[in-house]
Ligand binder design. Structure first.
Ligand code: ADP
Length: 431
């Protein structure tokens, strides 16, 4: 502090005056009184400067500070520089806020900021249209009181915002909204609302189209199958010349039947039809896997594969028996189809700390890593020519993925070329 020249000047001036006044006072035998008067005067002067500073900082809104000599002038100057800097920062921040407001107003997505208790702190223009909010009355209200949608309240209370929530708009039933909540700053949450009505409409059109085409194909297919059954070379010897083409036609008609069935099942899974598979029920997975295993041995036939079921858990699953049987059969029958003669297939039902797991492990040809992320896409085949000849529809793993999603589960694939593959279905333990 004392290295500052203003402080030094202040100190020496005061010291000089005290010494001079002390000397003058000592001439009249009043040295202490003179020094006391000087100190008192110095105190009064400082109080005056303090009061000027207070008035400038608190009462007056003037930009320029009062002028003063010595150290007080220096203090006023420093405060003035600081204040100017603050005003500049404030102006910059105001600019950023108004730009942010303008850009969020232009957003098509609704954006809201709510507190941890759900009180609305701010929302943009699009939220007014999408949720029917009004700036004049709804700021400060709890969003969950205004949006009394049961699934929204459930979504909010679960506090698991990994996936967005899809609901109908409370302001307009024809609008379908995707709501995504992101917590930030410990006590705030950003709610983003997107209008996905058009996407849903197109998805619905696609689902209806696939469902209708599959349905329409069933009738001609039944007729073709009927005629093919009648065209039996044992009954009509003249047909023996075309026996092979007839057999191929029967096989292809059968494949087409499976394809139509899989397409229909997939479109119903896609539409998340609640009636599909009936009411959720308690399923004994051990019994189910035992019977799938028996069917797999029949399918394996001349391939003479070793097919074993290892049960390490007696846990049951709650869900659709039909869907789960379809998913597990797909995995087991794939293993039978793609594993070589006398290969080995092991099926496991076990528990980990958080999951119930069904695994199908084979020592077949395996799948190259690059194909694994795409296996559950519709009609994705690793080797299309060869796999079609195995009788697969190309929809099996897509069906598995959907069924698992319907049961809050997921699929994991692990495979090494030349060694074999492992397909595991994970289900949360609570289901
Ligand atoms: P597909 O009806 O062709 O079997 P899927 O959707 O069931 O269709 O399977 C997709 C592809 O994954 C198959 O075409 C096949 O190439 C590969 N695949 C599935 N399971 C196995 C397996 N156990 N071993 C090797 N490849 C497999």
């Amino acid at each position: 502090m004392w290295t500052n020249r203003y402080w030094q000047a202040e100190f020496w001036t005061l010291a000089f005056i005290i010494v001079v006044m002390g000397l003058i006072g000592s001439l009249f035998d009043r040295a202490a009184a003179c020094i006391a008067v000087i100190i008192f005067g110095y105190l009064v002067w400082n109080l005056i400067q303090l009061s000027r500073l207070y008035k400038w900082l608190v009462k007056s809104r003037a930009l320029y500070p009062p002028s003063a000599p010595g150290i007080w002038g220096e203090i006023f100057n420093h405060l003035y520089v600081l204040q100017r800097k603050n005003r500049k920062e404030l102006k910059k921040l105001k600019g950023i806020i108004s730009e942010f407001r303008a850009s969020t107003s232009a957003l098509r997505e609704g954006a809201l900021i709510i507190s941890n208790q759900g009180e609305i702190r701010w929302f943009n223009k699009a939220s007014e249209k999408l949720l029917g909010l009004k700036a004049s009355t709804d700021i400060g209200q709890r969003l969950f009181n205004l949006l009394r949608h049961p699934s929204f309240i459930e979504y909010e209370q679960a506090r698991d915002y990994e996936k967005p929530l899809t609901i109908h708009s409370p302001a307009d039933e024809s609008l379908i909204l995707n709501i995504h909540i992101t917590p930030y700053n410990n006590d705030q949450r950003l709610v983003m609302i997107r209008d996905v009505t058009e996407r849903y409409r197109l998805e619905r059109v696609r689902q209806d189209f696939v469902a209708n085409v599959s349905h329409e194909l069933r009738t001609p297919l039944t007729v073709i199958n009927g005629y093919l059954e009648v065209l039996d070379p044992d009954m009509y010897p003249e047909l023996s010349k075309v026996e092979k083409p007839l057999q191929m036609m029967r096989q292809q008609a059968l494949n087409m039947g499976h394809l139509v069935d899989d397409l229909l099942l997939l479109s119903r899974l896609d539409a998340k039809e609640p009636s599909l598979g009936g009411k959720p029920q308690l399923i004994d997975i051990n019994i189910m896997l035992d019977s799938i295993c028996a069917e797999a041995r029949v399918l394996s036939g001349e391939k003479s594969q070793t097919i074993l079921f290892h049960s390490h858990s007696s846990a049951t699953l709650t869900g659709s028996e039909k869907q789960l049987r379809s998913a597990f059969s797909n995995l087991v029958f794939n293993a039978v189809r793609y594993t070589q003669q006398e290969g080995r297939i092991d099926i496991f039902w076990k528990e980990t700390q958080n999951h119930l797991v069904m695994t199908v492990k084979d020592n077949g040809p395996g799948i190259e890593q690059e194909h694994i992320p795409r296996l559950t896409e519709r009609f994705y085949r690793v080797d299309s020519g060869r796999n079609r000849s195995q009788g697969g529809t190309g929809l099996g793993l897509a069906i598995v993925k959907h069924v698992l999603e319907m049961h809050d589960g997921y699929l994991e694939v692990d495979s090494t070329v030349g060694k074999g593959s492992e397909f595991s279905c994970y289900f949360p333990k609570s289901s």
